[in-house]
Design a protein around this ligand. Structure first.
Ligand code: SAM
Ligand code: SF4
Ligand code: SF4
Length: 332
């Protein structure tokens, strides 16, 4: 098995389909900042993505999560899912979306081979939600998208909520309650210092532990033992119905030691960490006609030399003022 310099295997891929988005979340792509999106010719084609995934599958990757930017903005995404579903070795294809095109797309996504879906819901109140996502939006539209995904048979459907102090942290118990009733697993994510455009500050982070304690007071919980060392979410279950709820504690309890994830940006760069400064340009290799063995060799070398553990070194790295790739580019 291919392992990096810290002994971590390569198991999963985050594949960013586009850097564009129909929202402007304050913790990702703040509306007051200017963005230059990638020109179309810079984006990897579906065929090129498939070639990279084939190479990765032969190196041990089993799971692919489609993300972005907003992946449902990429036209004919179903064709890509179909292609990836038939790559030998790929056992699981999932997608993370802001949910705005889900109602119309859920059935086609399922039919093309998508297994699981995660929808980001930052608030249940239109006013708060609109403030977070930088445009007037109705939460009920989102919920209809989630219902459509459940009805289409995508399973499990999960919800991600990024928690920011003073923005939506007062809502964590209400969000947990709401989705508990729907039977949907929620994962609360600590606000991370990804990219360079946000106003991240440690004082805006609510720890996962605090989130779980607040929920547990009203709806008692117990921890679930991790399935394996690469699990990102710390899982709990409600004592009454056994439904899961999770926290992703990149800030307060980093999980770099189990990180088996590679990222491919929409413009064809491989990143070995969400907080990386630079990516490896595999698009250039593809467009010069590299075959699968050559791609595999390059990826092997990249992974073998990997030593990223940004979240464990966060505070010393931040002090160095390091430049980082934006989350909507590298794929959240
Ligand atoms: N556009 C899709 C969405 O919002 O679900 C997929 C891409 S988005 C970058 C993936 C996830 O990253 C979302 O659940 C979002 O809430 C989360 N996210 C974005 N910026 C974040 C930050 N600074 N800290 C923690 N989570 C963040
Ligand atoms: Fe778009 Fe997702 Fe980033 Fe929000 S978090 S701006 S929905 S890519
Ligand atoms: Fe993985 Fe980098 Fe996150 Fe650590 S900081 S868990 S190495 S992506």
């Amino acid at each position: 098995m291919l392992r990096d310099s810290l002994g971590r295997p390569l198991r999963d891929l985050r594949l960013s389909l586009t850097d564009r988005c129909n929202l402007r979340c304050s913790f990702c792509m703040p509306p007051e900042k200017e963005f230059k999106f990638l020109p179309r010719q810079e984006l990897l084609s579906f065929e090129e993505m498939e070639m990279v995934v084939q190479a990765l599958a032969e190196l041990g990757v089993k799971k692919v999560r489609l993300t972005g930017g907003e992946p449902l903005l990429r036209r004919h995404i179903e064709n890509l899912i179909e292609k990836l579903s038939s790559v030998e070795g790929i056992e699981d294809i999932a997608l993370t979306t802001n949910g705005f095109r889900l109602k119309e797309k859920a059935k086609a996504l399922k039919e093309s081979g998508l297994k699981r879906i995660t929808v980001s819901v930052q608030s249940l109140k239109d006013e708060v939600y609109s403030k977070i996502v930088g445009r007037n939006a109705s939460v009920s539209e989102l919920i209809e998208g989630i219902e459509a995904a459940i009805e289409a048979g995508l399973s499990p459907v999960k919800v991600n909520t990024t928690v920011v102090k003073g923005l939506n942290d007062e809502e964590v118990v209400d969000i947990a309650k709401f989705f508990k009733k729907m039977g949907v697993i929620v994962r609360f994510i600590e606000y991370m210092d990804v990219g360079t455009l946000t106003d991240w500050d440690i004082s805006k982070v609510v720890s996962g532990r605090e989130i779980i304690e607040r929920i547990g007071v009203q709806m008692p919980l117990e921890p679930i033992p991790p399935k394996d060392g690469s699990e990102v979410s710390k899982r709990f279950r409600y004592l009454d119905d056994g439904l899961e709820v999770g926290i992703i504690t990149s800030i307060t309890q980093p999980f770099c030691r189990g990180c088996s994830r590679l990222r491919l940006s929409a413009d064809g760069k491989l990143y070995t960490c969400l907080f990386a400064q630079e990516g490896f340009d595999i698009k250039e290799m593809l467009r010069k006609g590299a075959d699968r063995e050559t791609l595999k060799e390059a990826i092997k070398n990249l992974w073998k030399s990997r030593k990223d553990r940004y979240s464990e070194e966060r505070f010393s790295k931040r002090a160095e003022g390091s430049k980082k790739v934006e989350m909507f580019r590298v794929g959240g």
